[in-house]
Write a protein that binds this ligand. Sequence first.
Ligand code: IDC
Length: 334
Amino acid sequence: MKKVVQKLKMACTICLVIALLVPATVFAKATPVSKNGRLQVKGSKIVNEHGKPFVIKGVSTHGINWFPQYVNQKAFQTLRDKWGVNTIRLSMYTAEYNGYCTGSSQNKKDLKKIIDNGVRYASNLGMYVIIDWHILSDGNPLTYQKEAKAFFKEMATKYKNKKNVLFEICNEPNGSEGNWSNIKKYANSIVKTIRSVNKKAIIFVGTPTWSQDVNEAVNSKVSGTNIAYSFHFYASTHKQDLRNKLEAAVKQGLPVVVTEFGISDAAGNGVISKQEGNAWMKLLDKYKIGRVCWSLCNKNESSALIKSTSSKTSGWTRADLTEQGKWLVKIYTK
Ligand code: IDC
């Protein structure tokens, strides 16, 4: 009996010593990035570092120029732990709302600081982060090509060792000058700039007509590796004919990610359609297509995820969420 007690004591001491020696990080929660590592484009799919399909489940900020308060670590943690989100998109308007290319040089610095904070919070939490060059009223990406080159050179250099940083180089080309020929010209040049310092990060290229015409890219791809194409939809406006367009492109092998969507109308407002939203999710699930929902803010519009009456910037409960917000959490956590 004495011997048994002695052995038990010994075992306890050993356990205690091991527990003290093993650093706390070993016990840290597995995160999307710790489990999946660097994402890559393989055929028409986004895969993890083990070559297995990875589905981006993201939330986009509204313009960080407009709603910077949501770029905080607690917010991202709520998204990761309570909403099932693995990716944050940091949207930086280039023209509107103190846009990067239209504001002062102090404004440029402020915006880059927000991006830097956002990347740090996402990295701390093991989440992916998309840096989005949010062209919109500047429909032709060539309009601010010079600024984009300098910006992406800086970002690609700064984050070249970060596995979790992805680049979206033109949110939504539109208008007659936002055509595929101009987008390609722009993309080839930006891809070259990024690749001169950063060989591997995924680059998303927007497509004509507010990132709907993925068909244009099918037989006319941008050269390089780890490049995918953006497709955007707003379910209350965009329905089956657009789903057909997306499906056709994916069937032809085009790597596509829905880097922005909502279930409101295309203006980001009006009635929402959960029914159309569900039909879209069914299609995206079928092909394991990534998706990022617009937007993390409390603006009084139906595409906002937080109610305008809630001023919380993290730790939201159901009562703080809009109809789209509640729908999204249900979809992402099911
Ligand atoms: C919308 C915002 C809205 C803002 C408007 C104009 O929700 O508050 O006033 O932009 O800047 C997009 C764009 C995205 C739009 C969104 C909804 O990428 O910037 O945000 N949308 O209209 N493409 C299709 C829809």
